[in-house]
Design a binder for this molecule. Structure first.
Ligand code: SAH
Length: 234
């Protein structure tokens, strides 16, 4: 029996999983009175499952995507819910030149940042914070999916500087949370599995934000299916 925490940025990404676990009707708890993260708890396949979404921004009334909320969710999962296995599930942009396709789901064997440029010896590598997640390979085999390198930054778009770093790290996926979550779980040496579903093709012809919304439902459905399969294999 494990205490599994599933860290997710957006409520819409979590909806299919909550439906499949039959906890969509449950009122989500809060992690504390000041923070907007939502928590759902259940048991599945002999494991205690906590699902934490980043909730809504109190100022802008949109979802709290990005690294800062993801770090809080992860730390809370570890300290308050005693998580000993972390799953970060979400959507990502994908590069078609590396094989990405809309709705395709990947595990992640390597996380890096592309927007922490600190050109000082030592700090450069700290900024990139390359982390390897060896468990990704076995779970990819078990789920019959591929593994990928993901690059994280706090923007949905991609500046030329971001692009250079993403390219030099051979990233297939681009998101706004993974490497930050990896940083937290690395401090505690907690096994972490990333499951990412492609909503948009970064090197394609459509604007990212349009493609993102057009494919969010499909990508989240595929993600939910693989998540259930994954939990059944832990
Ligand atoms: N426009 C959306 C916000 C989406 S932000 C809205 O208003 O609700 C994008 C979310 O999906 C982030 O959590 C990020 O991790 C992921 N994502 C999907 N495609 C991405 C891409 N091309 N670049 C970066 N993050 C992406």
């Amino acid at each position: 029996m494990k205490n599994i925490a599933v860290i997710m940025a957006m409520d819409s990404e979590a909806a299919p999983l909550l439906n499949k676990l039959e906890i969509n009707h449950k009122i989500a708890g809060k992690i504390d009175e000041h923070l907007p993260m939502k928590v759902y708890k259940t048991k599945y396949h002999g494991h205690n499952i906590s699902i934490v979404t980043s909730g809504e921004c109190k100022r802008n009334k949109v979802q709290n995507v990005g690294t800062a909320p993801a770090v809080i969710s992860t730390l809370t999962a570890i300290k308050d819910f005693k998580a000993d296995f972390i799953i970060n599930a979400g959507t990502a942009g994908g590069f078609k030149k590396r094989g990405a396709d809309i709705g395709k789901v990947y595990t992640v064997d390597t996380t890096v940042f592309h927007d922490r440029r600190i050109p000082i010896p030592g700090y450069q590598e700290y900024g990139t914070y390359r982390s390897e997640h060896k468990i990704a390979t076995d779970y990819a085999k078990a789920l019959n999916i591929e593994t990928a390198i993901i690059s994280t930054g706090d923007s949905l778009d991609m500046s030329p500087e971001d692009e250079k770093l993403i390219e030099s790290n051979l990233a297939l996926l681009k998101d706004m949370e993974a490497a930050a979550i990896a940083w937290v779980t690395d401090q505690y040496s907690i096994p972490t599995l990333f499951l990412k579903s492609v909503t948009d093709i970064v090197d394609g012809e459509h604007p990212t934000e349009e493609e993102f919304f057009a494919n969010l439902k499909l990508a989240s459905e595929n993600l939910g299916e693989k998540l259930i399969e994954l939990i059944e294999k832990i």
